[in-house]
Design a protein around this ligand. Structure first.
Ligand code: GLU
Length: 446
């Protein structure tokens, strides 16, 4: 970092939280790229804007005890990080995965602030979750965990305060159990969670939104280079909600998606992934992706993380943080990959992102490219407030326009600094300026 003020801010974060590598990685990426905007706004230093942005407004850590099917008490750790409420109530998902710790939730919460700002909708940034592993748990165990988790979380959230949603390990089932518990405790039927089921206030197209939005965004990048999605070969990692609907929309736009993966290995299907089979395995049976190879002749299952060795024009990491490193980036570049769009949050390591930029691979950071999920959550909040529901087409159309606008705004911000394809710079600056303006307008209490 060349800017002394930003370096000082980063040194302080590192000194305070030396054991939070994911959080430090996310902060470093943002601070490096907002340098030109900070130099243009000398007020930021005097007003401590960046120092305030890197420190969450509130961090809640709590014990989640629950009873397993054997009658034994289990204890997990729950979190909610309420990062920034300058432009709206805290908004962001809940992640249930054994890798969850404070560093992971803080990195996600930090990124969420900029992402939410980019959507143009009035939502602040937050994130939460637990190190509970839903894999292999019975429905009843998941229910008891979710109820216990919400018993504490309910004290800190509200439709005008903080509105959680899903993330890895949290889908319709978990949101349903948590919503039921919130309602039981508060005697209040209100839009306190998003990603709800359609029978109790959910929005049409919310399930599809992150994956569809990613493709609307990538489609803009492809068009900006004078190309089309038709006939493009796409490699997608993951087989959860984001990957499934990214695959669906990529195919609708005329591309061919040839992979799907999970934490055990990946499928290569040269004929194009059969999404009905993936949905049956993942959404209905909650099985493993290797079952695809038994169901679809001509496809191959390979154990391990090698999905990035498959030749493609477009790579869409839709799994988890730091899943695509420098070595994978080199392989993708050697194989002629021209576009990378992050469907997951921070799936590419900083070294991989540098390699993409050096080799003119058009790169879209998650906080821009995967903002469709949270944007549609904000549309769910609007519908709940109005006590109305829009049609699938209405929501999908709004989503498409939001994604096109994010692309336009990030590109304009990047163009101002003579680097139009630098969407990392563009997204961070465009997202940050709006939050900074609101924080300055609100003053400092002293
Ligand atoms: N977990 C998603 C994200 O990373 C969605 C959050 C939401 O809908 O609030 O943006």
């Amino acid at each position: 970092m060349k800017n002394a003020y930003l370096q000082k801010v980063f040194d302080k974060v590192r000194e305070r939280d030396p054991n939070q590598p994911e959080f430090l990685q996310a902060v470093q990426e943002v601070l490096e790229s907002i340098e030109p905007a900070v130099e243009k706004n000398p007020d930021f230093e005097k007003l401590g804007v960046v120092e305030r942005m890197v420190e969450p407004e509130r961090v809640i850590s709590f014990r989640v005890s629950w009873v397993d099917d054997q009658g034994k008490v289990q204890v997990n750790r729950g979190f909610r990080v309420q990062f920034n409420s300058a432009i709206g109530p805290y908004k962001g998902g809940l992640r249930l995965h054994p890798s969850v710790n404070l560093s992971v939730i803080k990195f996600l919460g930090f990124e969420q602030c900029f992402k939410n700002s980019l959507t143009g909708l009035p939502i602040g940034g937050g994130k939460g979750g637990s190190d509970f592993d839903p894999k292999g748990k019975s429905d009843a165990e998941v229910m008891r965990f979710c109820q216990s988790f919400m018993t504490e979380l309910s004290k800190h959230i509200g439709p005008f305060t903080d509105v959680p949603a899903g993330d890895i390990g949290v889908g319709a089932r978990e949101i349903g159990y948590m919503y039921g518990q919130y309602k039981r405790l508060n005697n209040d039927f209100t839009g306190v969670l998003t990603g709800k089921g359609l029978t109790y206030g959910g929005s049409l197209a919310r399930t599809e939104a992150t994956g569809y939005g990613l493709l609307y965004f990538v489609n803009e990048m492809v068009k900006a280079r004078g190309e089309s999605m038709k006939g493009k070969i796409v490699v997608i990692s993951g087989s959860g909600n984001v990957a499934i609907y990214a695959t669906e929309k990529a195919m609708a736009l005329g591309a061919k998606v040839v992979t799907a993966s999970d934490s055990n290995g990946y499928i290569y299907d040269p004929n194009g992934i059969n999404l009905d089979v993936v949905k049956e395995i993942k959404e209905v049976r909650r099985g493993r992706i290797k079952e695809y190879a038994q169901a679809v002749p001509g496809s191959v299952y390979t154990e391990g993380p090698g999905v990035w060795s498959v030749k493609c024009d477009i790579a869409l990491p839709c799994s988890t943080q730091n899943e695509l490193n420098a070595e994978s980036a080199k392989t993708l570049i050697e194989n002629g990959c021209k576009y990378v769009g992050e469907g997951a949050n921070m799936p590419c390591t900083p070294e991989a992102v540098d390699l993409f930029r050096e080799n003119r691979v058009y790169f879209a950071p998650g906080k821009a490219a995967n903002a469709g999920g949270v944007a549609t959550s904000a549309l769910e909040m609007s519908q709940n407030s109005m006590r109305l529901s829009w049609t699938f087409e209405e929501v999908d159309e709004k989503l498409r326009k939001i994604m096109e606008n994010i692309f336009k705004n990030a590109t304009e911000a990047a163009t101002e600094y003579n680097d139009p394809e630098n969407l990392v710079l563009g997204a961070n600056i465009a997202g940050m300026l709006k939050i900074a303006q609101a924080m300055i307008a609100h003053g400092v209490a002293y």
